[in-house]
Design a protein around this ligand. Structure first.
Ligand code: AMP
Length: 463
């Protein structure tokens, strides 16, 4: 958990699910709230026209009864946004729709290189100034459709211009298209529901609506849900490289990614962490929520009892935190409070899923010491984050990444822990039960599967 680095977005599509697609889209977006809390939007079609409702803040705040009543139709597209590129203003709330209401789109991911896309739009007089990557993708598709192309033709034509990571849903008044970049960096699943179809960033949203998980959209694949059911097109030769950070931090533990339950993979991280680093301690404390399964695994393997030493306020989100200096100083304390009786007089192992800038770790160690812990051993259930991300997590500045400019010993000192241990890269991969090459591991290795263009110049490799 962190207040300043960005999270990924969530997308949801519902096709032919009965008359109230918007009513189903709301709980689906709710279950994907962890992927984006800044804004939310739904666009529906009743077969005649598209209608949109979008707003800033959490799902629970954006949709009132009257808003949902005003969204008739059995096709819906939904999006939760956590800004990556493009700033956090109401102008960029998704789904993207333009005045003509020809198409609506919802994007999870980020295009680090947009030169060709921008040039194409400029050349055809179709560039709208101030557009971000998702909006330009939509405008390329609109351009082809305005010249008579079908939705699928327009996506196939535009696809080579989309250099980046995308799990992208596009709807017209009678179809939904789902398309994934050729490496499938961001997840996207397909479900069957009420005789119709559902697309969602994670399977937890399918479970919420009791949809049956059919399969995932494949890397480089376009799937159209329309009158003829599901149709599939291989647009590019796919090579699966899911962002491994989905397993480390982003996804919900009940979701299934690449056939693996996220919760079980995280427990395995904990088992491997225990094999690699055994410590004499009295209690294991997880940092909620994402590190709970890894802490359970660590505790189970080492026999050190697990207790919950931090209570999390689950209702605080970035949207509601004003950038006020006093609030900023409270830092992690806004989200987590310590339970002193669990840690006082004890040798404590705390488990978190990752260290990015190390501000959270520093605050946590100081809280533990303040509450009377006699030793604090910090375990991280992933390797050091050394490289910035350009595919949808907003950690673009390498100079802010602790492990890019400090040794592990220097980080240990700076957070004030008695010891600091990371899961090894080999341990991380082994714990997934999958081969290394099905993952994008750029934040740990600096291997970027998709061109990041001039951004490469600002990066120091082999740190
Ligand atoms: P930091 O304080 O910058 O070291 O961030 C590390 C904390 O943020 C850990 O508690 C992680 O669970 C969490 N975290 C890791 N990656 C992200 C991200 N991209 N967005 C938000 N929080 C994150």
């Amino acid at each position: 958990m962190s207040a300043e680095i960005g999270e990924k977005c969530a997308v949801v599509g519902l096709y032919d699910v009965g008359l109230a697609a918007a009513r189903l889209a709301v709980p689906a977006l709710w279950s994907l709230q962890h992927r984006g809390q800044e804004s939310s939007g739904i666009v529906v079609s009743d077969g005649e026209m598209l209608r949109a409702h979008r707003g800033m803040g959490l799902v629970a705040r954006v949709y009132e009864e009257k808003d949902i009543d005003a969204l008739p139709g059995s096709i819906a597209l939904g999006h939760n946004r956590y800004s990556t590129d493009g700033g956090s203003t109401v102008d960029h709330v998704q789904p993207v729709v333009r005045e003509d209401m020809l198409v609506a789109s919802a994007h999870n991911g980020n295009l680090p290189v947009t030169d060709a896309l921008r040039d194409f739009l400029m050349e055809h007089d179709a560039l709208i100034s101030g557009s971000n990557d998702s909006e330009m993708m939509t405008d390329a598709i609109r351009y082809h459709m305005s010249r008579g192309a079908s939705l699928e033709e327009a996506i196939i034509e535009s696809f080579p211009l989309f250099t980046g990571a995308f799990s992208f849903l596009v709807m017209t008044k009678d179809k939904i298209a789902a398309v994934r970049d050729q490496f499938g960096i961001r997840p996207l699943s397909i479900g069957r529901i009420n005789g119709g179809y559902m697309f969602a960033s994670e399977t937890c949203a399918l479970n919420t609506l009791q949809a049956k998980h059919l399969r995932d959209v494949q890397p480089g694949e376009l799937v159209i849900a329309g009158q003829d059911g599901l149709r599939s097109f291989e647009i590019a030769t796919g090579k699966q490289k899911l962002d491994i950070f989905e397993l480390v931090y982003f996804a919900r533990p009940d979701s299934v990614l690449l056939g693996k339950r996220v919760n079980e993979v995280r427990r395995n991280f904990g088992f491997h962490l225990a094999d690699e680093h055994s410590i004499k301690a009295d209690v294991v404390i997880p940092i909620p929520d994402s590190a709970i399964p890894a802490a359970e695994g660590y505790s189970e393997k080492t026999g050190i009892p697990l207790r919950h030493g931090f209570a999390k306020n689950r209702y605080i989100h970035r949207t509601f935190i004003q950038p006020d200096q006093r609030l900023r100083e409270m830092g992690v304390r806004l989200k987590l409070d310590i339970i002193p009786e669990v840690v006082a007089g004890k040798r404590v192992v705390i488990v978190d899923d990752s260290i990015v800038r190390a501000t959270t770790a520093r605050d946590l160690v100081s809280m533990l010491r303040g509450a009377g812990a006699i030793e604090v051993h910090f375990m991280v259930s992933s390797p050091p984050v050394k490289y910035p991300d350009f595919y949808g997590i907003d950690t673009p500045n390498q100079s802010k990444l602790a492990a890019a400019h400090m040794s592990i010993e220097e980080i240990r000192k700076s957070i004030g822990a008695n010891s600091l241990h990371y899961l090894s890269y080999e341990g991380l991969i082994k714990a997934t039960g999958l081969p290394e090459d099905v993952f994008c591991t750029s934040c740990f290795t600096g291997n970027y599967p998709i061109d990041i263009g001039v951004k490469r110049e600002g990066i120091i490799f082999h740190v």
